[in-house]
Design a protein around this ligand. Structure first.
Ligand SMILES: CC(C)(COP(=O)(O)OP(=O)(O)OC[C@H]1O[C@@H](n2cnc3c(N)ncnc32)[C@H](O)[C@@H]1OP(=O)(O)O)[C@@H](O)C(=O)NCCC(=O)NCCS
Length: 241
């Protein structure tokens, strides 16, 4: 848009440093404590090691997501596509206060969970994926990010929504999450219903979830052996879901 100037301007064309535009677009970040690495014994005896994803792992993660986007069952395609854009959004700094967790079993990428902070109080759960099925890895990854929100960041509320039956079954029903009136309140993932957990409900009930679902708690005292087994981030060659 161009308007005629209402006064003389000594410089009619102003040049702007793109870094200044970047500051406008990104906005200031919240100071978020890091997610400490943890481990969890799965029901079949394997150990799931959970940590924050590293920026240098993004290219490998994106390549694998490209494969998952094409999986036409259990909503892996829509979730894979959205996760691709969220990982890229993290890299390109187009997500507000994101966090990205990966779960590894003997170094192999087995689970994914991410979200972002709307503000200091509300944590928006974005996506969770099991990249290896049958071990309740997805259940554990989701619990780990909710634990991060309530116990480490100090959020007061958790907002989720569900694209898939497995997701709704695991956490909507599995955590007996209530929902806000819809369409009055909509989740940023496609305007779907917001299912939520308050800190009070987390403390009274949901903290038990992973013990009930997987049979063990998150263990933040990661052993050298587990750390070593997961030293290298290995993306599966084939789609395993
Ligand atoms: C939702 C999700 C993360 C849950 O992961 P999960 O907790 O590890 O559980 P799975 O979906 O793998 O398995 C669900 C059940 O079906 C069984 N199952 C499903 N597919 C299976 C397979 N290919 N092999 C073995 N078991 C399978 C599991 O054993 C499990 O049974 P259980 O309840 O007795 O443990 C996972 O289904 C997923 O990644 N789905 C696609 C992405 C998605 O929908 N994300 C959530 C968006 S709302």
């Amino acid at each position: 848009m161009k308007y005629e100037l209402p006064t003389k301007a000594s410089q009619e064309v102003l040049s702007i440093d793109a870094r200044e535009i970047e500051a406008m677009l990104q906005g200031p970040k919240l100071a978020i404590p890091a997610f400490p690495e943890c481990m969890l014994k799965l029901k079949d005896g394997r150990t799931l090691y959970i940590r924050e994803a590293k920026m240098e792992e993004v290219p490998a993660m994106l390549s694998y997501m490209e494969k998952l986007m094409k999986v036409e069952h259990d909503f892996y395609d829509i979730v894979g596509s959205r996760v691709y854009s969220e990982i890229l959004g993290w890299k390109r700094k187009r997500l507000k206060d994101p966090y990205t967790l990966v779960g590894l079993v003997d170094g192999v990428w087995a689970g994914f969970a991410n979200g972002r902070l709307m503000n200091e109080d509300i944590n928006i759960s974005l996506h969770t994926m099991a990249l290896i099925r049958g071990g309740r890895i997805g259940a554990a990854m989701y619990y780990a990010k909710a634990y991060y929100g309530f116990e480490i960041i100090g959020n007061k509320e958790w907002w989720a929504t569900y694209e898939s039956y497995n997701g709704w079954l695991r956490w909507g029903l599995g955590m007996a999450q209530p929902s806000y009136p819809w369409p009055d309140v909509q989740h940023e993932l496609g305007g779907a219903k917001v299912f939520y957990v308050t800190k009070k409900y987390w403390d009274s009930t949901v903290k038990e979830y992973v013990r009930q679902m997987v049979g063990a708690d998150l263990d933040f005292n990661v052993t050298d052996e587990v750390r070593k087994a997961n030293e290298k981030f290995v993306v599966p060659e084939e789609v395993l879901v």
